[in-house]
Write a protein that binds this ligand. Sequence first.
Ligand code: SF4
Ligand code: SF4
Length: 222
Amino acid sequence: MLRIRFKCYRCVHCCFFTEERENPILLWHEVLYYTKIGELMNLKLNFKNLGHGFYRFIIDGYCPFYNIPSRACQIQKEKPLSCKMFPILVNLASLEVSTSLMCPWVYENIDEISRGLSGDDIEKVFSNEFKALKEVVKWVYTVPKNTPKLAVYFTTYFKNLASDIIKAITERYEVIKVTESSVVDGFYYILIEGDADPSYLESLLKRDEITWYKLEKVPPIT
Ligand code: SF4
Ligand code: SF4
């Protein structure tokens, strides 16, 4: 039974990259979201399609979301799942879990980790990171890849209106993701599983209180 608990030192090791193979791997629905967030924040982001719904977030040096003076991720609350789960790593084919020695906390505790990190211990030692890992596994194994999907993005400063729109869409369609950005004020992202009627969605979104919106068909995940 391991008594250690992971403590992030807020060093820069997982936000500064010198080799592409160390870059974060994102899921397809995250790439849709961060592409829009990047546009709204005037950041140029690059993603490389690795197939099967995985993308590499191409970063050379500091991550574009890293704020150097405050030594913090600007999108801390909504950072990618792979960043949330770090220093846990997972092999999604075998579901084998390991830890990254790039992280100084792992490096300092490697003897204890290698003695007994298994099963429930992982969840106890890395409680928040393990939640992110479970979320990754859920997306990879339970969300169908070949069905049509539609992403809805909009910005508004009227929170009640945004809630009403989300409720209307959720009542009519199978919504698999809703995000209200904590980084870009008033930005919402809704992901619909299955066919959705664009004219119905436009009837909800085409109004003065919505400053911008976009409907985007999600290409098949191959
Ligand atoms: S490398 Fe480890 S300690 Fe440093 S910021 Fe990342 S998770 Fe935290
Ligand atoms: S998104 Fe945030 S946590 Fe992830 S690499 Fe960039 S700055 Fe670091």
